[in-house]
Design a protein around this ligand. Structure first.
Ligand code: FE2
Length: 374
């Protein structure tokens, strides 16, 4: 579909404060009960709510996981038909919805539609004994959607139709979604950047090209769009760039069968403690090459953390003019080489680890080679 604005009526300015931040991220998965257990045991999330046949929902089961301000929802189909089963068959487990909190779901939806977004679900109200939530949904890249959630009049555990659960995870110190990275097809990045600019008023915050992010074999281009209240929503958008062999973005697109969310970065206040705990729980991370830590002091200068600890835990460091960041990437959390997580701690730095891309790519390519996909 062409995303050109030509022919569309002039739309009003998107209200700057319309999007308050990431409300939750919903995954469509093959087995939500097991996925919830994985995120609870390996990542420390609490299970706080559930919906399914026991709560009157006939076609799907959903588990709501929470840690800090991060809410993930795992939803599985209960039959071979319908949007959840279709999504899982094509994409495997993956992100269906990035939901944004809003003060007026109907207005956010109408603004987005007027600015060229495609409708998925018109504004509607869900109610139960805890109050009312207003929801509406528009489509973005691939089969991914954005849901607007207006929950000011609601006091329940998640949404109407969900019952409370109290299965606590141990907590890994993860606080908030720092950014969500989207992979789109070759030559489509700029279309989606302008979609986010036009539909939500997001600005391009940073950009990288193949001169920044390339190894001997593969490359990618990336533009980071940001918006929402206080810049609370950050979406780097990647497309593959031409390399000697198949790039990691191409591998993702092949296995996900289209564009989708590549990784979710979760911020922690103490990455050494978080990653130490996550590793002991069995979370699996990419390995940086040994040379990485030999070069690190010269590259990033003085940091608060103990270099030996960072080396032992394989945590990466990068710096910009505002400060530095620490980050680490998990291996894909499904059998398909698609979605993974990042754990990040920012100490002033506003970047995304450009200086680590080289080390990271070499690590990803070692895994790609092992899968026979390089
Ligand atoms: Fe990231």
């Amino acid at each position: 579909m062409s995303l050109e604005t030509a022919g569309l009526p002039a739309a009003p300015e998107y209200r700057e404060t319309a999007l308050e931040g990431v409300d939750h991220i919903e995954f469509f998965v093959g087995n939500a009960r097991q996925a919830a257990h994985f995120y609870r045991s390996a990542f420390g999330f609490d299970v706080v709510a559930y919906s399914g046949p026991e709560t009157g929902v006939r076609d799907r089961a959903s588990y709501v996981l929470r840690q800090g301000q991060v809410t993930l929802v795992m939803t599985a189909p209960l039959s071979p038909d319908g949007e959840v089963a279709d999504h899982v068959r094509l994409h495997g487990d993956g992100v269906r919805a990035m939901a944004f909190g809003v003060d007026d779901a109907a207005a956010a939806y109408q603004d987005a539609i007027a600015r060229g977004a495609r409708a998925v679900a018109e504004p509607h109200v869900l109610e139960d004994a805890h109050g009312a939530v207003r929801l509406a949904t528009v489509r973005t890249f691939g089969d991914t959607v954005h849901t607007f959630v207006e929950r000011a009049e609601y006091s329940g555990p998640f949404l109407p139709g969900y019952r409370e659960e109290r299965k606590s995870g141990a907590g890994a110190g993860l606080q908030v979604v720092d950014h969500c990275v989207c992979n789109v097809e070759l030559s489509r990045m700029d279309e989606w950047v302008s979609w986010y600019n036009r539909v939500f008023g997001f600005d391009v915050f940073q950009e990288f090209d193949e001169d920044d992010i390339a190894t001997q074999y593969s490359a990618l281009r990336s533009k980071v769009v940001r918006g929402g209240r206080g810049g609370s929503i950050t979406l780097p958008i990647n497309e593959p760039a031409k390399g000697l062999r198949k790039s990691q973005v191409e591998e993702y697109l092949d296995y996900y069968h289209g564009p989708g969310v590549q990784h979710i970065a979760l911020h922690t206040g103490d990455i050494v403690e978080s990653v130490d705990w996550l590793r002991r729980q069995g979370a699996e991370f990419l390995r940086a090459p040994d040379r990485y830590y030999e070069l690190l002091p010269d590259r990033v200068g003085e940091i608060d953390e103990d270099l030996e600890q960072l080396r032992r835990l394989n945590i990466l460091v990068d710096r910009d003019e505002h400060g530095y960041l620490l980050q680490i990437f998990t291996r894909p959390v499904e059998d398909r080489p698609t979605l993974f997580f990042e754990v990040i701690q920012r100490k002033g730095c506003r970047g995304f680890g450009k200086g680590n891309f080289q080390a990271l790519f070499e690590s990803i390519e070692r895994e790609q080679e092992a899968r026979g996909n390089l």
